[in-house]
Design a protein around this ligand. Structure first.
Ligand code: DP6
Length: 362
């Protein structure tokens, strides 16, 4: 499927009002998306674990507008945790503009969007992946009412496609397990336009992987992801970085099947540090890690060296540290976190998460 397939051809049914609700998870990338082209096309393919506990819950109420109202701009209200949130509206407005061609019914309805996150509001955890995928899924619910013939496959693909136009990483928050977004020559069916479930065999160890997120800095990021992606244009290392991401994904195909955690760690930690190296070597340059981020990384390395437990870290575009490890080591790692790492977390906060099944209709 390509973007052309996502433009509805038939006349929609007449639906006067309704409601849709979805719970959609966050995800953590193992091979990172950093750099994009026009229309949210990624500069390289990425792969992520879908999470469970960090999620957004979104309800969409829709009611049909009169013929005169339809000629006007989109009409919607956005509520975050029960309160009207004006500063989020421009993001949704931009999202609606981007997807209007594919959802020509948007101006036919007035929307009320209610969203909340399972994770603390200012935790430094990006809510764009879970939030945008949840809205995209709610819109697909409406689309299914309007065009009842659409298949489940179309529904999921288009939800990921729309989510991508809201925020790139959101395209990886529809399906569960491991999700690939971006074309890769060894991964059949992979697409720059939407995410797909990783299509190869996965060793059991990776099916129940744990992700404990250490909240190092809950403040607002100084540089947004959107600005960071943009700085990859003309970046001196861009071409090599995009090539490396393709190679790392290639290597992961075998590693994910064999369950080789040492090889997994080498790729995942290198990806995290390379992401931040790109930030540190762009013009203008910037640093999102904090001193405590580095303290934690060093402690993980020492712990891994002395215990042989295959625990590793990854980073998002921020200072928080995601600690990844097999389920069977959960007790030891939580003890290690409580004994040695919690001092580096703001107010001692961390969130226990795990690989999950993907978005759920409510
Ligand atoms: C570092 O998806 O937030 O988390 O497409 O501009 O909304 P936009 O960017 P976004 O970028 C996420 C970048 C990342 C890596 C990743 O998740 O792959």
């Amino acid at each position: 499927m390509t973007h052309k397939d996502f433009i509805p051809e038939k006349e929609p049914k007449h639906i006067s009002s309704g409601k849709a609700a979805w719970q959609s998870p966050s995800n953590i990338a193992l091979v990172k998306y950093w750099g994009k082209r026009e229309n949210q096309i990624p500069a390289n393919p990425s792969i992520s674990f879908t999470l469970t506990n960090c999620h957004s819950t979104t309800t969409l109420n829709y009611s049909r507008r009169t013929e005169e109202q339809k000629a006007e701009d989109f009409e919607f209200d956005f509520y975050f945790e029960g309160k009207a949130k004006e500063d989020f509206k421009p993001k949704i407005q931009k999202f609606f503009q981007r997807i209007e061609k594919f959802c020509p019914y948007l101006k036919d309805y007035k929307f009320e969007i209610f969203s909340e996150n399972s994770f603390p509001h200012s935790s430094g955890i990006a809510s764009s992946a879970s939030g945008m995928s949840a809205i995209a899924l709610c819109l697909m619910d409406l689309e299914k009412e309007l065009y009842p013939a659409i298949t489940d496959e179309y529904y999921c693909r288009k939800a990921s496609f729309l989510a991508r136009l809201g925020s790139g990483s959101a395209s990886r928050s529809i399906d569960g397990g491991l999700v690939v977004w971006g074309e890769h020559d060894k991964i059949q069916g992979s697409s720059n336009e939407y995410g797909i479930s990783f299509p190869f065999a996965v060793h059991d160890i990776f099916k129940t992987y744990r992700d404990t997120i250490l909240l190092v800095d809950k403040g607002e990021k100084q540089v947004s992801s959107t600005v960071g992606h943009d700085l990859m244009h003309g970046h001196p290392f861009a071409a090599n970085r995009f090539k490396q991401a393709n190679e790392n994904l290639d290597k992961l195909i075998t590693i994910l099947e064999s369950g080789d955690t040492s090889a997994f760690i080498k790729i995942v930690e290198s990806e995290a540090l390379t992401l931040h190296a790109m930030m540190m070597s762009s013009q203008p340059y910037f640093i999102l890690m904090k001193p405590n981020t580095l303290q934690i990384i060093n402690k993980i390395w020492t712990y891994r060296e002395s215990t042989g437990i295959p625990v590793c870290f990854t980073l998002d575009a921020g200072a928080n540290v995601h600690i990844l490890y097999p389920e069977k080591h959960e007790n030891e790692i939580l003890e290690f976190i409580n004994n040695e790492l919690v001092v580096y977390c703001q107010n001692g906060h961390y969130i226990c998460d795990r690989v999950g099944d993907g978005a759920k209709k409510l």
